[in-house]
Design a protein around this ligand. Structure first.
Ligand SMILES: NC(=O)c1ccc[n+]([C@@H]2O[C@H](COP(=O)([O-])OP(=O)(O)OC[C@H]3O[C@@H](n4cnc5c(N)ncnc54)[C@H](OP(=O)(O)O)[C@@H]3O)[C@@H](O)[C@H]2O)c1
Length: 167
């Protein structure tokens, strides 16, 4: 099963100038805890945005790039969606961004784990607005937490039944 995981702003912003919008330590820990020892799938630009362009430790990293010459240590490079779906077909894997890859892969995700932050900083990259998508239902949300004036909640959305594309 595929699960998307993201931290979004009040209007579903996820990034600006190739970087994240927020740096909330508890959210980083949550991401690590949730994805540890699993496969994470990301776009080449998200890999570039990680510290020193290095993949996530203790996870199987799949990176999507159309560039056939692209390779880097510790990463499985895939050149199209089919290749990715073939690799993860029998496992629980996480779609970890960014904007292009969320848009590409959300129809194949059964679940989305969203850290919703209650502020609206300027953004140039967005996650699809699941609150206004009839296929997606908010099924669970945590209490509200606060970090340095930012409020946030951990939310779970589910892709309702038949709308999940089978691969
Ligand atoms: N808030 C969050 O939770 C979160 C999570 C992750 C990322 N982000 C943010 O999102 C932003 C990056 O997102 P982005 O949309 O610009 O880029 P992205 O989705 O990370 O990566 C885009 C790249 O993926 C490759 N790609 C896309 N579609 C493909 C396909 N169908 N087949 C093969 N390769 C494909 C291409 O790589 P090539 O150019 O190499 O061909 C493309 O340039 C950053 O600001 C980052 O900080 C936020």
């Amino acid at each position: 099963m595929l699960t998307a995981i993201a931290a979004v702003s009040g209007n579903w912003g996820i990034g600006k100038d190739g970087d994240l919008l927020f740096n909330i330590p508890e959210d980083k820990k949550f991401f690590r805890r949730t994805t540890l020892n699993h496969t994470v799938i990301m776009g080449r630009k998200t890999l570039d945005s990680l510290p020193n362009g290095k993949p996530f430790k203790d996870r199987n990293n799949i990176v999507l790039s159309r560039n056939r010459n692209f390779s880097t240590d510790g990463v499985t490079v895939c050149h199209d969606l089919r290749e990715v779906l073939e690799i993860v077909k029998n496992e629980d894997a996480f779609v970890a961004g960014g904007g292009e890859i969320y848009r590409l892969m959300l129809p194949f995700c059964a679940k989305a784990i969203i850290t919703k932050v209650g502020s609206i900083p300027d953004a140039d990259t967005f996650f699809p607005d699941l609150d206004n998508d009839a296929n997606w239902v908010l099924t669970d949300q945590s209490e509200e937490f606060t970090y340095e004036g930012l409020t946030y909640r951990f939310c779970t959305y589910e892709n309702t039944g038949n709308e999940v594309l089978i691969y």
